[in-house]
Design a binder for this molecule. Sequence first.
Ligand SMILES: Cc1ncc(COP(=O)(O)O)c(C=O)c1O
Length: 384
Amino acid sequence: MTASPQLPLRCWAEIDLAALERNLKLIRASLPAHIRYVAVLKADAYGHGLPHTAARLMHAGADLFAVANIAEAMVVRELSDNWPVLLLSPVLPDEDRYLAAHDLAATVSSAGEVARFDAAGRAAGKPIDVHLKIDTGMGRSGVWHAEAAELYAQIRSAAGVRLAGIFTHFASADEDPAFTEEQRRLFLDVLTQLPGLEPEKFFIHADNSAGLATTPDGGSVFNAVRVGLLQFGVLPHPNSLLARVRTEPVFSFHARVGLVKTLPAGTGVSYGRTHRLARDTRTAVLTAGYGDGLARACSNRGAVLIHGRRCPILGRVCMDQTVVDVTAVPGEVQCGDPVVLVGRQEGAEIALAEFSGWADTIPWETLTSVTKRVPRLYRNAASV
Ligand SMILES: Cc1ncc(COP(=O)(O)O)c(C=O)c1O
């Protein structure tokens, strides 16, 4: 369910497509020219909306789209018959036939998958593209690094598959540089053991937003990066190697004031009466709650912007309504006034990272937790 565009907005997200395009260009400019840009757009492009973001990133020149599954890949296919698409999550056996039919590249981690894709490619009369994923310490998908050479040999001898890439994924790129370096070293070691590897023919990738350290001297074998969060203007970590690339936020989250009223000191606010008013308080009831993606964990700890002022959340966030303290807002707060949950208003800002901290979570989860009933409004839709 999405809100009818004719109805006034109560809670919505704004997606700045021009900022997204500028971010891609900025990230690209910070990398060596030969490095290809893999745009990670899984989970509906991190909640931003896959069709619009993929279309804009095609315009901006992304080299490959990485999505989680076939359903997401099909959204990209509606925009382009042949733009390269990689599926990051394991493919299920009953999904195999879609790979050749829609020219999708699969991640392979096991001999069983290679055998399946080989059979599917032969049946379709054209090889299926695969990216060999090597587990260097993430402990999720990927073939364990010590067994990678064997799987590589199997891929190279299978007529129904074509090697299109080799990659690994870092477990702690944003918090453990030593372990990331160890994973990078293991990956490079494996690459040296693969006979007949012609790196220029494949995507060779490891870095994500937090780990973008691809050697700028051009001597590295890496020739692609997988960028998710950073292209949406969120630094995974202030110490990230790309912290110098000042991408801009693409997403902002909005609601409105539904009701303004003054409550006497001592009143308990919202379910469970977990907040008691210490003084007579001017309150506003917002038109958003956890049913929209304003996490319940923000109860009694988050704030919103109204007229450019921070207004603390009082009591528990409810499904559709949230109460905030507007006593300190100069002038009169009125029913219908705009409220910023994440983003900027009159010179003030609530960053996604701060909001996510109140919600006890990470920006990736905040973005993908904005619910279906929240319309996404696309700003600056015309290309720059
Ligand atoms: C395999 C893989 N590569 C790249 C990314 C992109 O990561 P980030 O959003 O930190 O750039 C993800 C995201 O979870 C991922 O799972």
